[in-house]
Design a protein around this ligand. Structure first.
Ligand SMILES: Cc1cc2nc3c(=O)[nH]c(=O)nc-3n(C[C@H](O)[C@H](O)[C@H](O)COP(=O)(O)OP(=O)(O)OC[C@H]3O[C@@H](n4cnc5c(N)ncnc54)[C@H](O)[C@@H]3O)c2cc1C
Length: 645
C-alpha cells in the first residue's frame, strides 16, 4: 500500500515539473523598445489576447523586465503531454567556449538557453543572446551575425548546430536564410518627445538621463541592436582632479594642471572655453555618476597618454559601469524615456531654421521622431569609417589598412547629418592612433599594460625607443619608425601579482598566456627567447630602465613617470601595433553644447556631446579625457535641450 502511494506521489511530482517547464516556456520578458502588438506578432497571437491574459489596463504601457504570459494557463492543459527534448551544444566564442541547451518540441526549436560563456559583458554576451533569440524566431541558424561581435555570434550558431546534430533533425531545414520583414509597403512611424537623442553610447545616455532630470520626456534612437557604443567596450579610465582619492595616494594635482596638460597636450588647438568646462566639471560629473549609483575604485592610476595620475577606474569591468548606471535610471523611468534599438538616424528635420526632429530607418519603416525642445547628436566619432578617415587624414601614413579599436557602427553619421544642415566642423584632420593595437584585430584587448609607470616598450631588437609616458601621438609616431611598426610591451609581477589578475579589458594574464596572446617567463633571457628578441639587448635595456627608476641616471628617453623597477618574475610580454582609436574633430559646439554654424551662430534646437564634437581635445586627446568628456558634455547637452536653451 505504502509503495503504491509513493509511486503515485512520484508520478504527481513528475507531472507537475513537466507542467512547470511547459509554462516556463510560455512567458516573455519585456525589453527596451518592445511594443505589445510586436510581441504578439512574434509569438503567433494578437495583442488583445495578451492584454486580456495579463490583465493589462493600458496595452501601451509595458516596461522592460515585465514578465508577460503568452498563453492562458487554464486553456492549455491539453498540451501538457507534448514532449520537449533538450540537447546540449558547444561552440567557440570570442573568449572561450559557449555552451547552450536547445529545447526541441518535435522539429521545432522551442528555446535556447546559454548555459556558459565568457563573452564581453554588455557586448558579446548581448550579441550571443540576440543570436539565440533570432535562431528561435526564424527557426534557422543562417541568421546574420551581429556586426562587431562576429566571434560571439558564430560561437552560438555553431553551438546550436551541434545540438541540432545531436537531435538528429535534418540540418538543411535550419539553414534557410531568414526573410526579414522588409516589405515594399514601409510603415511611417511617428514619435514625439521633448528631447530626441541620437546614439545610445556614453554621451547619449548621459544626455538622456540629464534631460529627464530636467523635466523632459526623451526618445533615444540607436542604430545598433544594443546600447553602449564605444563607451561600453572602453577601458573606462576617467580623468578628474579628485580631492579625496588623489591626496590619499599622495598625488599632487590641480584643475589648472589638468587644464594645461589637456590644452598643451593638444597643441593649443582646442577651444580654451571647452577645455575649461571639461576640467572644471570632470569631478562634479563623477559625483553625479556616484549619485546615480555608480562605483569607482579608490586607486588612481595613469592610463596610456594621460600624462598624469588622475585616471579613475570603475568597479565594474570595461565601460559597463557607466552604461549600467544610465540604464538603471532609464529602466526606472521607462514611461518617460524610450530607447529604439536598430533604428538608424539618417537626417535632421529642419523647419524655419530650427531642428525639430529626426528621420530614421528601422526594419518596420521610416521613423519620424519629432522633438519639442531639442535634438542631441551623440553618435560618436568616425574611426570605423575608412573613407572618411582617409579623406581627412593629413598627419599619418595611409590609414587604409590600419585596423581600429572602435566598434563598426562608429562611422561619423551625426557629423555628416549636422554638416548637411550647415554645422561647422572643426579639427577633422586630427585622428588619434594608439601604439597598442592587437596585431590581428587592432582592438585593445590583450593589452597587458596596467599603468603607465610599470611597463616598457621594446622593438624587435629588444631596445626601448620612446618615452612610454609621452603623448599618444608621440609614441605612435615612434612606433611607425620601428621594424614592421611592431613592439613588445614588457611587464613583471608588479603588474600581475597572480595569474588571475585581470588587465584593463577584463582578461586574466593566465588566459592571455594560455591563448598565446601573451608570453610568460621566469627570466628576461627566457622571455627574450620566447618572443624572438636579442636576450643581451633586452637584459641591458631593462637594467638601464631600472637605474632610471632608482634615479641613478636620467632616463635616456626623458621619461619621468616611474613606480617599480622591472625586476620581479614572472615577466610577461605582448606584441602591439598602431591602430586607429579616436577622432578629435567633429561638430563645433559652445559651452552649452549647442551646435554652431559656419558663422559661429547657434543652430536652434541642435545640441551635441561626446566624440561627435570637435574642439575639446585639439590635435591629441589625453588618455582618460574622452569618457569624462561624454559625461560632462552629455550632462550639459541634456540640461540645455530640456530647457530649450
Ligand atoms: C577600446 C576603447 C577603449 C577606450 N578607452 C578609453 C578610456 O579608458 N578612457 C577614455 O577617456 N576614453 C577611452 N576611449 C574613448 C572613449 O571610450 C570614447 O571616445 C567615448 O566612449 C565615446 O562616447 P560617445 O558617447 O561619444 O560615443 P559612443 O559611445 O561610441 O556611442 C555612439 C553611439 O551612437 C550610435 N550611432 C552612430 N550612428 C548612429 C545613427 N546614425 N543613428 C543612431 N545611432 C547611431 C552608435 O551605434 C553608438 O552606440 C576608448 C575607446 C575605445 C574604442
Amino acid at each position: 500500500m505504502i509503495k503504491r502511494w509513493a509511486c503515485l506521489f512520484l508520478a504527481f511530482l513528475l507531472l507537475s515539473s513537466v507542467i512547470a517547464s511547459v509554462y516556463a516556456d510560455k512567458i516573455y520578458i519585456v525589453r527596451q523598445g518592445d511594443v505589445l502588438w510586436k510581441i504578439a506578432e512574434n509569438n503567433g497571437t494578437i495583442w488583445e489576447k495578451l492584454a486580456e491574459i495579463n490583465e493589462l489596463k493600458d496595452p501601451n504601457r509595458i516596461f522592460p523586465g515585465q514578465v508577460l504570459k503568452l498563453e492562458d494557463e487554464k486553456a492549455d492543459v491539453s498540451q501538457v503531454e507534448e514532449k520537449t527534448d533538450f540537447f546540449a551544444g558547444e561552440g567557440r566564442g570570442c573568449y572561450g567556449p559557449i555552451k547552450v541547451e536547445v529545447a526541441m518540441k518535435g522539429d521545432k526549436i522551442e528555446d535556447i538557453r546559454i548555459l556558459e560563456h565568457n563573452e564581453s559583458p554588455g557586448v558579446g554576451e548581448v550579441a550571443a543572446r540576440i543570436i539565440a533569440d533570432e535562431i528561435v524566431k526564424y527557426q534557422s541558424i543562417a541568421v546574420d551575425v551581429i556586426a562587431g561581435c562576429t566571434k560571439s555570434s558564430n560561437g552560438v550558431i555553431s553551438a546550436v548546430k551541434q545540438a541540432l546534430e545531436k537531435a538528429e533533425v535534418n540540418l538543411s531545414d535550419y539553414m534557410k536564410k531568414p526573410e526579414k520583414s522588409i516589405t515594399s509597403i514601409r510603415e511611417r512611424i511617428e514619435k514625439q518627445a521633448d528631447v530626441v537623442v541620437i546614439g545610445a553610447g556614453g554621451a547619449g545616455l548621459a544626455a538622456a538621463v540629464s534631460a529627464h532630470q530636467n523635466g523632459a520626456t526623451v526618445l533615444v534612437l540607436e542604430k545598433a541592436p544594443m546600447v553602449g557604443g564605444n563607451t561600453i567596450i572602453s577601458g573606462a579610465a576617467y580623468n578628474a582632479v579628485d580631492p579625496k582619492r588623489q591626496s590619499a595616494q599622495g598625488i599632487e594635482d590641480s584643475i589648472e594642471k589638468h587644464y594645461i596638460q589637456t590644452y598643451e597636450g593638444g597643441d593649443k588647438l582646442a577651444k580654451p572655453e571647452l577645455v575649461r568646462i571639461l576640467v572644471d566639471n570632470a569631478y562634479p560629473a563623477l559625483e553625479w555618476l556616484e549619485s546615480l549609483g555608480m562605483k569607482f575604485k579608490d586607486e588612481i592610476f595613469t592610463v596610456l597618454g594621460a600624462l598624469w595620475p588622475r585616471s579613475h577606474k570603475p568597479e565594474k569591468p570595461l565601460g559597463t559601469g557607466y552604461i549600467d548606471t544610465y540604464m538603471d535610471y532609464i529602466n526606472k523611468h521607462s514611461d518617460e524615456i524610450e530607447i529604439m534599438l536598430r533604428t538608424k538616424a539618417v537626417e535632421l528635420i529642419v523647419e524655419n531654421g530650427r531642428v525639430i526632429g529626426v528621420e530614421a530607418e528601422n526594419q518596420e519603416g521610416t521613423v519620424i521622431a519629432k522633438a519639442k525642445k531639442g535634438v542631441i547628436l551623440a553618435t560618436g566619432g568616425f574611426s570605423a569609417n575608412i573613407q572618411a578617415r582617409n579623406y581627412y587624414n593629413k598627419i599619418w601614413p595611409d590609414l587604409t589598412n590600419l585596423k581600429t579599436t572602435n566598434r563598426p557602427e562608429i562611422t561619423g553619421d551625426g557629423i555628416w547629418m549636422a554638416e548637411k544642415i550647415g554645422a561647422n566642423l572643426i579639427g577633422m584632420e586630427h585622428i588619434q592612433l594608439l601604439p597598442m593595437g592587437d596585431p590581428e584585430t587592432g582592438s585593445l584587448s590583450g593589452n597587458i599594460e596596467q599603468s603607465v609607470e610599470n611597463r616598457i616598450f621594446v622593438n624587435k631588437q629588444g631596445n626601448r625607443f620612446v618615452d612610454e609616458g609621452a603623448r599618444r601621438d608621440v609614441m605612435t609616431k615612434a612606433l611607425f619608425e620601428q621594424e614592421d611598426c611592431f613592439m613588445w610591451v614588457i611587464v613583471d609581477k608588479h603588474s600581475y601579482p597572480t595569474g588571475d589578475t585581470k588587465n584593463n579589458f577584463n582578461e586574466t594574464i593566465d588566459q592571455l598566456v594560455e591563448e598565446g596572446r601573451a608570453f610568460k617567463a621566469d627570466t628576461l633571457e627566457e622571455l627574450a627567447g620566447k618572443i624572438g628578441v636579442d636576450p643581451v639587448n633586452l637584459v641591458k635595456t631593462v637594467e638601464t630602465f631600472n637605474m632610471a627608476v632608482e634615479g641613478k641616471i636620467k632616463d635616456p628617453f626623458g621619461r619621468t613617470l616611474f613606480q617599480y623597477k622591472l625586476d620581479t618574475p614572472p615577466y610577461y610580454a605582448c606584441g602591439r601595433v598602431p591602430t586607429v582609436h579616436h577622432t578629435m574633430g567633429g561638430v563645433e559646439i559652445n559651452t552649452k553644447a549647442q551646435v554652431l554654424d559656419k558663422n559661429g551662430n547657434v543652430i536652434p534646437g541642435l545640441y551635441a556631446a561626446g566624440e561627435v564634437t570637435g574642439g575639446i581635445h585639439g590635435s591629441n586627446r589625453l588618455g582618460g579625457n574622452a569618457v569624462a568628456d561624454t559625461v560632462v558634455f552629455g550632462r550639459i547637452a541634456g540640461e540645455s535641450a530640456a530647457k530649450g536653451e
